[in-house]
Design a protein around this ligand. Structure first.
Ligand code: SF4
Length: 554
C-alpha cells in the first residue's frame, strides 16, 4: 500500500484515525499541502534535485540555485548551506535564512550500520582534503560530515563516493535517514543476533525509493543485536533490539516513537518478536504508517513520536498488523539489562573469531581528512580491511590479529586517538554548533574539546562512566536530554550583566533499560567561561556522595 498525493486514502479503516482529523494526515484525505514545506515537497520530489545539481547548479555556481532547492530539496542529497562565518549567536533567531546562508555546504555521508572498508575511509579522507578544507566530523549517527563544500564539486564528490559504494542519498531531509547498526555486528563474542542483512535489505528497498521520499519529517532508525544496546534505540522513530525468545530463538524487540528535541519521548515497545527476515517488512510497515498517518500540518508535531503518543503501542501494533502486514506478529520479551554502561566499544576486545577489535576516541567526534587517511593506512598496515563508526562519535578498527594489537594501539595513540581514554574524552559529545550550523547560538566542538582537556587535568583520578553532551541550540543533535550532564546552548548573562555564550544545564538523563530525561536545573545556567569550573564541581560532588554502584542518573 502506498499513499501519495496521486494515490490518496490508503485502504486503512477510517475508524482508526483517531481524533486528529485536522493534522494533515494523508490517510484521512488531507492531501492538500497545509504549509510551505509540504507544498515544496508536493511541487517536486526532493530526490529530483540531484539532476539539477549535476546539470545546472554545479556548472553555473551557487547563485544559480533555486531558493526552494537551496533551503529544502538539497537535503535529500545530504546538503545543507552552512552558516556564514562571523555571525554571532544573538543573530540566529533574528536574521532571515538567506542572511545566514554561506555559499558553502555541509555534506553528510551516510554510513548505514557504521560500516566502512579501509578503501572507503581513504576516499572519505581524500575528499575531505581536496574539497572540504580538511574537515570531517564523526557524528553520533555514525555518519561523516564535511564542511566548506562547493556546489561545483558535487558531481566529482558523488562520483568518488559512489565508486566505492558510499552515498549521500537521503542523508538529510524528510526521509528515511541512515540506519544505525551495532558497530560490532557480526564480530562480537556476546552478540545475540547480527542485524546487518536487515540493514542492507532496508537500504535496498526503501532508500531512494520515491514511495518513501516524502515523509512528514525525518525518520530515524536503529538495529542492533548487541546486548550492550549500542545504538541509542530508545530515541529513534523505529528500533530493532536483539532479544532471545524462549521458543523462537534470537530475534528483535521492536520500539517505535522515540525522539528528542522539543517534546522528547522515549520510544515504546510494541511487545512483538520479529525474526531477522521479517525486520524489513516491519520497517516498511512502520515507515508507511508514518507517511500515511503522520501529522503534516505543523512541523513541530510531525515526528512519529506524536502519532505514537496519541495512538499508544497497542493501537499502533494493531494497525501495523491488520492494515500493513496483514498478519499477526508473535509476542516477545524485552531486552535484558546490559552488563556494562559504556556502549561505545572503546578499548581492545576479542572478537568471536579470535582476532581483536580496537575502539578509539577522538575528541567530540572531530577528526580531519589527513587523520582519516592515516587511520585507513594504519588499519591496512596491521592487516585490517574493516572499520566502524559508532553512535557515540567514536571509531573502531576490526579484525586485528593478536600480534598486531600493540603496534596498532601505539599508532592510534600517536595520532591522539585514545584507545584508553579518560572518562571525559570517552563520554563527551558535541554537535556542530556555531562554527557551521545556522541554528546554533553557541560554539560547541572547540568548547567540548577544551572541556575534556581541562577536566583531565583537574580530575586525573576520576574513573566512572559519565556522559557530557553539548548542544549549540535547543535542538538535540548531541542528545543532551539523555546525558548525565546535558548542556543546551543559549545566551546567558555574565556577572557584569553582559549577554555571553552559555548553557542551560540538564542533569541525570540516561539511556539503557531505565531511560529518562535529565532534569532541567531550574535557573541553572552557566557561561561558557564558567563551564569547566561548574562541571568539575558537579563531578567532585558526585564522587564524594556516590554510593557503591550508583551512577549519575540515579
Ligand atoms: Fe545545530 Fe542545534 Fe543541532 Fe547543534 S543541536 S547541530 S546547533 S541544530
Amino acid at each position: 500500500m502506498a499513499a501519495t498525493p496521486d494515490k490518496p486514502a490508503p485502504a486503512v479503516s477510517r475508524r482508526r484515525t483517531g481524533r486528529h482529523r485536522g493534522e494533515g494526515q494523508w490517510a484521512v484525505g488531507h492531501m492538500t499541502p497545509l504549509n510551505a514545506n509540504e507544498q515544496a515537497k508536493r511541487d517536486d520530489d526532493g530526490l529530483n534535485v540531484r539532476t539539477r545539481i549535476e546539470t545546472i547548479y554545479a556548472k553555473r555556481g551557487f547563485d544559480s540555485i533555486d531558493g526552494a532547492d537551496l533551503r529544502g530539496r538539497m537535503r535529500w542529497w545530504g546538503l545543507y548551506t552552512q552558516r556564514k562565518p562571523g555571525i554571532d549567536g544573538g543573530k540566529t533567531a533574528i536574521l532571515e535564512p538567506e542572511e545566514l546562508d554561506d555559499e558553502y555546504f555541509m555534506l553528510r555521508v551516510r554510513i548505514d550500520g557504521g560500516r566502512l572498508t579501509t578503501h572507503q575511509l581513504r576516499v572519505i579522507g581524500e575528499i575531505s582534503t581536496e574539497f572540504a578544507r580538511g574537515t570531517a566530523d564523526i557524528t553520533d549517527r555514525q555518519n561523516v560530515q564535511y564542511h566548506w563544500i562547493r556546489i561545483e564539486d558535487m558531481p566529482e564528490i558523488w562520483r568518488r563516493l559512489e565508486a566505492v559504494g558510499l552515498s549521500t542519498t537521503e542523508a538529510c531531509g524528510d526521509t528515511p535517514r541512515v540506519i544505525l547498526g551495532s558497530p560490532v555486528a557480526g564480530i562480537a563474542e556476546d552478540e545475540i543476533i547480527d542485524g546487518t542483512p536487515a540493514i542492507d535489505e532496508i537500504y535496498r528497498r526503501i532508500v531512494g525509493n520515491k514511495d518513501f521520499s516524502n515523509l512528514p519529517r525525518k525518520f530515524k532508525s536503529a538495529i542492533s543485536g548487541s546486548p550492550l544496546l549500542d545504538v541509542a534505540h530508545e530515541i529513534n522513530d523505529i528500533a530493532f533490539v536483539g532479544v532471545e525468545h524462549p521458543e523462537l530463538g534470537p530475534g528483535f524487540d521492536v520500539w517505535v516513537g522515540g525522539g528528542l528535541s522539543t517534546n522528547p519521548k522515549i520510544g515504546v515497545r510494541l511487545g512483538t518478536w520479529v525474526s531477522l527476515d521479517d525486520v524489513p517488512d516491519v520497517y516498511e510497515g512502520v515507515i508507511s504508517i508514518f507517511r500515511d498517518f503522520g501529522y503534516r500540518r505543523l512541523r513541530t508535531r510531525a515526528r512519529l513520536k506524536f502519532l505514537v503518543a496519541d495512538w499508544g503501542a497497542e493501537k499502533f501494533r494493531q494497525v501495523l498488523e491488520d492494515d500493513y502486514l496483514q498478519r499477526k506478529l508473535a509476542d516477545g520479551p524485552a531486552p535484558e539489562r546490559p552488563v556494562q554502561e559504556w556502549r561505545d566499544h572503546v578499548g581492545v576486545h576479542r572478537q568471536r573469531d579470535g582476532r581483536f577489535y580496537i575502539g578509539f576516541a577522538p575528541r567530540v567526534g572531530r577528526v580531519d581528512g589527513t587523520t582519516l587517511s592515516k587511520i585507513a593506512e594504519l588499519a591496512a598496515d596491521h592487516g585490517s580491511d574493516r572499520l566502524r563508526t559508532t553512535a557515540e562519535q567514536k571509531m573502531i578498527v576490526l579484525d586485528v590479529a593478536e600480534d598486531q594489537v600493540e603496534s596498532l594501539v601505539a599508532g592510534l595513540e600517536a595520532l591522539d586517538l585514545r584507545v584508553n581514554p579518560s572518562p571525559f574524552r570517552r563520554g563527551t559529545m558535541a554537535c556542530t554548533g556555531i562554527e557551521f550550523c545556522k541554528l546554533a547560538i553557541v560554539e560547541t566542538k572547540a568548547r567540548g574539546a577544551s572541556l575534556i582537556d581541562e577536566l583531565e587535568r583537574r580530575l586525573p583520578d576520576f574513573d566512572q562512566p559519565i556522559t557530557i553532551n553539548i548542544n549549540g541550540c535547543p535542538n538535540a543533535c548531541a542528545r543532551i536530554q539523555v546525558a548525565d550532564i546535558g548542556l543546551k546552548g543559549q545566551l546567558v548573562l555574565d556577572d557584569e550583566g553582559n549577554q555571553v555564550e552559555g548553557f542551560q544545564v540538564h542533569l541525570g538523563g540516561a539511556l539503557g533499560l531505565d531511560p529518562g530525561f535529565g532534569r532541567k536545573v531550574r535557573g541553572l545556567k552557566v557561561t561558557s567561561a564558567e563551564l569547566p569550573d561548574y562541571v568539575e564541581r558537579v563531578v567532585r560532588r558526585f564522587q564524594e556522595q556516590r554510593e557503591e554502584g550508583e551512577r549519575f542518573a540515579t
